[in-house]
Write a protein that binds this ligand. Structure first.
Ligand code: MN
Ligand code: MN
Length: 301
């Protein structure tokens, strides 16, 4: 039998990754809608039904989950971080004709394809949430090594996004996720959040400003507000995606934090049952492999 820590860590890690996919699939239905439009059409949106502007099949995930899986594949194939391997994996993903690609992600991947560079110059237009939404595999693979987490996260982010707000938001989300995966609670995430607000006061989310766009500030304000003001995985995701706008991405990030806090068993069965089975299977394999990379060899599997 495992030690008491083992099921908890695995449940939190699996919960974080599965939560990311569930939030993506739930939120995609109402992406780019405003809260009042969601209320008119759905009342409260709380089921994975597909549709939305992408006309998705129910349970289909989008770029948020797919880019995470692409990053995880590169980490697993190389036995750890290699920026070029990650970039190549993003290229493979872009060539697979994904159902959706963010503009900044597409521009960064194309730049790499053209000149092989692993980072663009700092760019005002890079303050979107695209680097933050896909970083979970790195958080898992570096769970025991904070310095590696920070260095590799910045390299990962700069493949497509090179902006101090994207960097700060991506690092803070990763720190929060690390705290939760290692057994912390919401209060344990406060130091990471306070450090973010001290360094970049624009992220202040109390009182909640009410925007949930793909701008990293809006995205994190929405996710952090809901994370600290809900008491279950389901409430966190429902309240987050009903803020509309970039709802699949706020849903994905909220699902990552919520799964890491509440564990996989807290994710509603009806949502997991809706997800594409091959996505769930790949997430399960990646979680085991990434935890093994982090040094949890006895606990994974
Ligand atoms: Mn998406
Ligand atoms: Mn999105």
């Amino acid at each position: 039998m495992n030690t008491p820590l083992a099921p908890s860590l695995h449940s939190r890690a699996f919960g974080a990754y599965l939560g990311l996919a569930v939030g993506d699939a739930l939120g995609a239905t109402v992406e780019f809608m405003l809260p009042q439009e969601i209320r008119l059409q759905y009342g409260t949106h709380r089921e994975i039904v597909g549709g939305g502007w992408l006309k998705l099949k129910a349970g289909r995930v989008t770029d948020d989950t797919e880019m995470s899986l692409a990053l995880g594949r590169a980490l697993l194939a190389g036995g750890g971080w290699d920026a070029r391997a990650a970039a190549d994996s993003f290229v493979d993903w872009l060539k697979s004709r994904p159902i959706d690609v963010g503009n900044t992600c597409r521009r960064g991947i194309r730049r790499y394809m053209l000149d092989g560079s692993l980072s663009g110059p700092p760019c005002e237009g890079d303050a979107g949430n695209g680097a933050a939404m896909r970083n979970l595999p790195l958080v898992l693979a570096t769970l025991h090594d904070g310095d590696a987490f920070r260095q590799q996260t910045l390299e990962q982010a700069h493949l497509t996004h090179h902006h101090p707000l994207s960097d700060a938001g991506t690092l803070a989300l990763g720190e929060m996720t690390r705290v939760l995966l290692l057994g912390g609670d919401a209060a344990g995430c406060r130091p990471a959040v306070d450090a973010l607000l001290a360094a970049q006061p624009k992220f202040r989310f109390d009182p909640y400003p009410g925007r949930a766009s793909g701008y990293i500030i809006d995205t994190l304000q929405t996710v952090l507000h809901q994370f600290f003001n809900t008491r279950s995985f389901e409430a966190l995701l429902v309240d987050t995606v009903n803020c509309g706008e970039d709802a699949d991405t706020t849903g994905a990030i909220a699902g990552m934090l919520g799964g890491a806090l509440y564990g996989a068993d807290a994710i509603p069965r009806r949502w997991i049952a809706r997800l594409d089975a091959h996505i769930v299977a790949e997430i399960r394999l990646q979680v085991d492999g990434l935890l093994r990379l982090a040094g949890f060899s006895r606990l994974a599997g």
